[in-house]
Design a binder for this molecule. Structure first.
Ligand code: ADP
Ligand code: ADP
Ligand code: ZN
Length: 204
């Protein structure tokens, strides 16, 4: 099964992706994670991407598309995959449609007013990618794997506001795009984490 997880920054894509990937045994491909890994390793792609990510802007389409195209050629994608954070523009969606078929697009629908708080309070496990929130978690070790908990550089209020505007202008049109292709599944992302996951499993 080839799945896309769509939703605003902070909608819960990463949180659900970890669970979907585990249940359906398909690789979780997060373009944000790929960029952060490249930044950490100081690769040319990382250096290029960092300038955009720090400002809360999108990395240029051609850079992202090439990364995803190569990633989807890897063996572990043979029986399906889960894309998290890609596509984010109509141009990316068009490019993707030339590379592969998509079975389902899960749109995590959420009131944008909730997102600034979710993002600025977000903490992440460096090893397994689990997302936490300071409202319910204050530890320094991941409860799932013991990994180190950290805060992303771009989860500060200025960058968050810019990411939310970018979402409205460039990513939101993808809801209509996939709806017209009859693959869109709307899920209420404002429910608690387990209920969101339950609804996703039902719709898949
Ligand atoms: P995204 O990958 O879409 O940016 P995350 O999955 O990282 O979003 O979630 C953003 C923040 O919101 C994290 O702090 C996470 O713990 C929290 N969160 C995720 N899903 C929910 C939910 N259903 N209810 C409340 N908080 C949530
Ligand atoms: P979030 O979990 O908040 O939605 P991501 O981890 O998916 O954020 O992405 C972090 C940043 O990486 C984005 O703000 C953007 O700068 C860049 N990025 C990730 N995916 C893409 C993409 N498909 N196209 C362009 N830029 C991207
Ligand atoms: Zn962990």
């Amino acid at each position: 099964m080839n799945i896309i997880l769509l939703g605003a920054p902070g909608a819960g894509k990463g949180t659900q992706a970890v669970r979907i990937s585990e249940k359906y045994k398909i690789p979780h491909i997060s373009t944000g994670d790929i960029f952060r890994k490249n930044i950490k390793e100081g690769t040319p792609v990382g250096l290029k991407a960092k300038a955009y990510i720090d400002k809360g802007q999108l990395v240029p389409d051609e850079v992202v598309v090439e990364i995803v195209e190569n990633r989807l050629k890897e063996k572990d994608c043979k029986n399906g995959y889960l894309l998290d954070g890609f596509p984010r523009t109509l141009a990316q969606a068009e490019a993707l449609s030339k590379i592969t078929d998509i079975d389902a697009v899960i749109n995590l629908d959420i009131d944008l007013k909730l997102l600034a708080d979710r993002l600025t309070g977000r903490r992440i496990c460096r090893d397994c990618g689990e997302s936490y929130h300071i409202s319910s978690f204050s530890g320094s070790e991941c409860t799932k794997c013991g990994g180190e908990i950290y805060q992303r550089d771009d989860d500060n209020i200025e960058t968050v506001n810019s990411r939310l505007t970018v979402y409205e202008n460039q990513t939101k049109p993808l809801i209509e795009y996939y709806s017209s292709k009859n693959v869109l599944k709307n899920i209420d992302g404002g429910q608690d984490i387990d209920k969101v996951f339950e609804d996703i499993v039902k719709t898949l």
